[in-house]
Design a protein around this ligand. Structure first.
Ligand code: ADE
Length: 245
């Protein structure tokens, strides 16, 4: 069965967007995954087809209505009973490679895209929806966040990535940023590729890469070091531990 993605949005024309190109686009055309964009406005009940209203307690902007969203959410939950539903919002838990892996290993995902100032909080109390954020910055809507999330999931689906091993060493898989990469020309603007990478000594290269990954993570992402202890936690077989991610 193909991985089934459903997006609930006020801007269905934004999909597939960039997901129609390159790796994800090819996988979509090949039927490895499917994508449906559901127009939230179709579930509005008044003559103006309104989906939002002014915030209770006052303040700027508009808030997405729980009743209208619930009608859209219920239809999608009914159609895709086994797929979890996320809502993209800066108020959500941070998206991690671990969560991406979890989603990609399941049957699919439904994603509610927030707009305006936010979503009426009662929707999250009343429906099984997990709020997720892609970072500590505010986008103009959840659609671009949904595209980022789907891109990260789709590339992990079986048959999507050219070389399966290229996913194993990449950033975050071992709680570290990935090591730096180099390619020809050997010398560019007076800078040479590190000699060790030309040595052909695979053990030495692996040790150098590990050292670089740890140094770069320490300087750029001390929060990752804090969280993972900076050590690669793989079993001798190379399998990841259950508690990782
Ligand atoms: N909507 C607006 N900003 C967002 C963010 N940082 N992550 C997810 N959804 C969003």
């Amino acid at each position: 069965m193909a991985f089934a993605a459903t997006v609930l949005t006020l801007y269905p024309e934004m999909f597939p967007g960039p997901l129609g190109q390159s790796l994800a686009g090819r996988a979509l055309a090949d039927g490895i995954w499917s994508l449906e964009a559901v127009q939230i406005r179709d579930f509005a009940t008044d003559k103006h087809r309104s989906v939002d209203d002014t915030p209770a307690g006052g303040g700027a902007g508009m808030v997405m209505r729980a009743d209208v969203l619930a009608s859209a959410v219920d239809l999608v939950l009914e159609r895709q009973r086994d797929a979890p539903m996320l809502a993209m919002t800066p108020r959500g838990e941070p998206l991690t490679q671990g969560l991406v892996r979890e989603i990609a290993s399941g049957p699919g995902i439904s994603i509610l895209c927030g707009r305006f100032e936010g979503i009426d909080e009662r929707l999250f109390e009343a429906r099984p929806i997990r709020p997720v954020s892609i970072g500590d910055y505010v986008l103009s809507g959840g659609e671009t966040a949904a595209i980022a999330l789907l891109d990260a999931c789709v590339r992990l689906l079986p048959g999507v990535m050219g070389a399966p091993s290229s996913g194993e060493e990449e950033s975050f898989e071992a709680g570290l940023l990935e090591y730096p990469h180099y390619t020809r020309p050997y010398e560019w603007e007076g800078r040479r590729i590190p000699e060790v990478l030309r040595s052909g000594d695979h053990a030495k290269i692996a040790a150098w890469r590990k050292q670089m990954a740890e140094a770069d993570t320490r300087s750029r992402r001390p929060d990752l070091i804090e969280r993972h202890g900076g050590a690669r936690r793989r079993s001798p077989s190379g399998a990841q531990r259950e508690d990782e991610g």
